[in-house]
Design a protein around this ligand. Structure first.
Ligand code: C2E
Ligand code: MG
Ligand code: MG
Length: 812
């Protein structure tokens, strides 16, 4: 199964772009689908709406037509109700009834005139004011001919158009075949009858197509039961001419309907040329399209039949251009969807860019997080990463490797004496040389301060790692020239080799660190390999440190005292307090077993304080008893000087508490403590000296070759190291050194005491060399309070002839 996440990450498109592309595609699909759905719905809705509106138009037109006809029927009712209708009555009644329709519909009264009645009728008509009235044959022309003799005439006598010029008075409507037919049918049926597709005369507005509606009026009181009756008893006809297009317009102008349909009205005749009426947007464009079926082939349409009497039309309604644009809703919805998705896309794009930028910043931060800013080397974090990978690879059968942990010896001195700027410069130079010493495939990192680590790949032989360590040691020993200073440094290196049972990078690094400690312990400027023994040693140390903390609280510590003796007389002139640990399981432990650990873990601080106070307490007792010696010496560790203020305060408070005169007290410091002392240490020492406390240099001669510190500090006493004293009688060079030291002390005005006096010969040599005081097994080993009290009581010590312990088992 392929790793999909990896695949997505390796794809050329960033993984942040995927959701965006997906959203885009989804957006398009949803937009298309919603457009489709909405447009179907929209179309249905539009169709329903269209049908409803078309229906309303049809109803309005039909009602309008009916209305026209109803008004004609109303005029006939007026005729039926009157005995005789004169022109004024006709005018006033029709004006009253047809007031809204007068402009559109022309209504005439055409009485039935027989051939016999014609002359009299024409005379009567002239009397009514119709000058030159003659019955004329129907014609569309301006001057119709006088009618030839006929059996029956239906000449126009009254007209709603009052003007003589336009009223067509005298025209025999019966002489026109279509109208004549309508009259015949109307008379026969006694019903309103219409004739369709007739050309209507209108001298002013021209000819129009329209309908003629005819209704018969019968003589009062005559029967009209049979067709003959009705034909015989016809008084005349009321005929109305309605220009159909004008009428439809008038009807529709009177109603308020939405302009969403186009109307096309076709006459019933099969050979009609085109629509008799068109209304709507397309009305003006093309009226000559012959076949309605063809015209609306691709459009929704709705049709019905309009009727007026026996005239009928086909009404076809189609959605107007305007209403078709009502599909906007579908567009609107899909537009909204597209907009929404565009917004989502834009948002995602923005967050993609944001994420991308974050990623870049992250990468930068990660890079910085794995770089040491001073040297541009990889830092601890990066190193651990590399190591983790290497361990994982080695577990899977990859090549073994080594980790080298390097520390510049006494780098702190450079910082303290030349300043941090020089320290940094030195580090950069060191890195420069390290880079040359390591192989290209090695991985160099700085852990901070003067600590470096090297990952060395492909180490099949421990000797390979040893060789690299030696090479590094070599390149670093050459002096560095920095801003006119010549600086010499050495390095200590701890090496850990990969072993399959290693639990992880931390453990390997710890192993290298332990090996480094061992290298430091072994005198620095060397390299050491990690080993199992080293582990157990460290384990023991850790345990000891823990136990020591508990021992302090459980009073397992005890002070032994070793007398300092006037060599010539054996008189006890001083005591050195030396700590012992009554360990529950390991028995009495000398300082060598735990002081170094106490220093490393910090336990030396409470321990030192306890020693000081305990020594003062005991000294007070001896003073009270009157057997106290001149001097009480207490050892002080360099670590105790780090908390200088504390030390000063503790010393002072113990002295006050036990009422010890400060000049009875001597602090023993080693040369190295004085050499490493900073300005703060110096101040502390000065303050202690001002209190009256004495200072002795312990193990004089073993530490530094420089004696400069002797002039810097006001020291009281030198304690010659046992290493020299042991051999004064067997090695003339030792003897020379001891003599020189004693002379130096004399010239500087310092007291001197020899430590490690074990034999009578040594004592005699010392006396001969001018050293007046000594301390050693020859007089007494360090002993507990009870024993030393006894010695103090006797005041002096008879020198032993034999050392109590062989020199080789020195505890220090
Ligand atoms: P040091 O101050 O130089 O003490 C003298 C050491 O030499 C003592 O070892 C003592 O037992 C030993 N010694 C004295 N005479 C002879 C001799 O004739 N022959 C031989 N072979 N050894 C002799 P110790 O008591 O084991 O103390 C070792 C070191 O531990 C001390 O060296 C001192 O540096 C440190 N130390 C002892 N007590 C304290 C303490 O309370 N505080 C601190 N900070 N360090 C202490
Ligand atoms: Mg000492
Ligand atoms: Mg000593």
């Amino acid at each position: 199964m392929p790793d999909l996440a990896a695949l997505a990450n390796n794809w050329p498109v960033s993984r942040h772009a995927w959701p965006m592309i997906a959203a885009g595609c989804l957006g398009l699909i949803v937009a298309a689908a919603s457009w489709y759905a909405v447009s179907i719905w929209e179309e249905r809705l539009a169709r329903a709406e269209f049908t409803a509106v078309a229906n309303e138009y049809a109803t309005a037109l039909q009602n309008g037509l009916n209305d026209y006809l109803d008004h004609i029927v109303a005029v006939r009712a007026f005729y039926d109700a009157s005995r005789e209708v004169d022109p004024e009555e006709f005018q006033s009644f029709t004006r009253h009834i047809l007031q809204d329709y007068a402009d559109i519909m022309r209504l005439v009264w055409a009485p039935r005139v027989t051939r016999e009645e014609r002359p009299a009728f024409e005379r009567e008509a002239e009397k009514l004011g119709l000058t030159g009235y003659r019955i004329r044959t129907w014609s569309l022309g301006a001057n119709p001919d006088v009618s030839p003799p006929r059996d029956e005439y239906f000449p126009i006598l009254y007209s709603t158009v009052a003007s003589q010029r336009t009223a067509s008075f005298g025209l025999d409507i019966n002489s026109e075949p279509v109208r004549g037919e309508a009259i015949r049918l109307a008379r026969e049926r006694d019903a309103l009858t219409t004739a369709q597709a007739v050309t209507i005369r209108n001298p002013i507005k021209g000819r129009r197509e329209g309908i003629i509606a005819v209704i018969p009026v019968y003589r009062h009181g005559t029967p009209r039961d049979s067709v003959e009756d009705r034909l015989d008893n016809t008084l005349g006809v009321l005929a109305a001419a309605i220009p159909i297009a004008v009428a439809f317009d008038a009807i529709l102008d009177g109603v308020n309907l939405p302009q969403t349909v186009d109307l096309h009205v076709y006459g019933s005749s099969k050979n009609a040329e085109g629509p008799v009426y068109v209304r709507g947007a397309s009305a003006s464009s093309d009226r000559s399209i012959a076949k309605p079926e063809k015209e609306f082939l691709n459009q929704p349409q709705w049709s019905t039949i309009l009727k007026a009497g026996n005239a009928s039309w086909r009404l076809i309604a189609t959605p107007s251009q305007q209403s078709r644009s009502k599909y906007y809703r579908a567009w609107l919805v899909s537009l909204a969807v597209v907009l929404l998705f565009s917004a989502i896309l834009a948002y995602m794009w923005a967050s993609f860019r944001h994420a991308r930028r974050l990623e870049e910043v992250n990468e930068k931060i990660l890079e910085l997080a794995e770089t040491d800013l001073l040297t541009n080397l990889a830092n601890r974090r990066a190193f651990m990463k590399r190591l983790t990978m290497a361990i994982a690879a080695a577990w899977r059968g990859g090549s073994p490797f080594a980790v080298l942990y390097l520390d510049i010896d006494n780098f702190k001195d450079v910082n303290d004496t030349l300043g941090h700027g020089m320290g940094d410069l030195l580090l950069k130079e060191v890195v420069h040389r390290l880079n040359h010493a390591v192989r290209a495939e090695d991985f160099l990192a700085r852990f901070g301060g003067d600590e470096f680590a090297i990952f060395m790949d492909n180490v099949t032989e421990p000797a390979q790692a040893g060789a690299l360590a030696a090479r590094i040691g070599g390149v670093l020993t050459a002096p560095f020239s920095l801003k006119g200073h010549k600086i010499r440094v050495t390095s200590s290196i701890g090496i850990a080799l990969y072993a399959p049972d290693v639990t992880g990078p931390e453990e390997m690094l710890m192993q290298a660190d332990l090996a480094l400690y061992r290298a430091k312990d072994d005198g620095r400027n060397c390299y050491r390999f990690h080993s199992r023994e080293l582990d157990s040693e460290v384990h023991e140390r850790v345990q000891t440190a823990e136990e020591l903390r508990i021992a302090l609280d459980h009073n397992e510590l005890e002070l032994y005292y070793q007398p300092q003796v006037e060599l010539a007389t054996g008189r006890i002139v001083g005591l050195e307090a030396l700590i012992r640990w009554n360990h529950k399981t390991r028995g009495l432990l000398t300082p060598g077993a735990f002081i170094a650990i106490a220093e490393k873990t910090g336990t030396i601080l409470p321990l030192g304080q306890w020693v000081f106070d305990e020594a003062c307490r005991q000294f007070k007792r001896w003073r009270d008893e009157g057997i106290a010696p001149l001097i009480l010496s207490v050892n002080v560790s360099g670590v105790q000087f780090r908390g200088a203020c504390e030390l000063e305060r503790e010393v002072e408070s113990s002295l006050t508490r036990w009422q010890i005169p400060p000049d009875d007290l001597e602090l023993e410091l080693t040369e190295s403590v004085l050499m490493q002392a900073t300005q703060r240490h110096r101040t502390t020492l000065e303050k202690l000296r001002r209190l009256g406390i004495k200072i002795a240099i312990d193990d004089f001669g073993t530490g530094y070759s420089s004696l400069k510190y002797l002039t810097t500090y006001s020291v009281n006493r030198l304690k010659l190291a046992p290493e020299f004293v042991f051999r004064v009688t067997v090695d003339y060079r030792n003897a020379a050194v001891v003599k020189a030291a004693i002379r130096l002390a004399g010239e500087l005005g310092l007291d001197v005491i020899a430590e490690g006096v074990e034999t009578d010969a040594q004592m005699r040599f010392l006396l001969g060399a001018g050293c007046e005081r000594g301390q050693g097994y020859y007089f007494s080993p360090p002993v507990d309070v009870a024993k030393v009290t006894e010695l103090l009581r006797s005041g002096r010590i008879e020198p032993q002839n034999q050392p109590l312990r062989p020199a080789s088992s020195s505890a220090a």
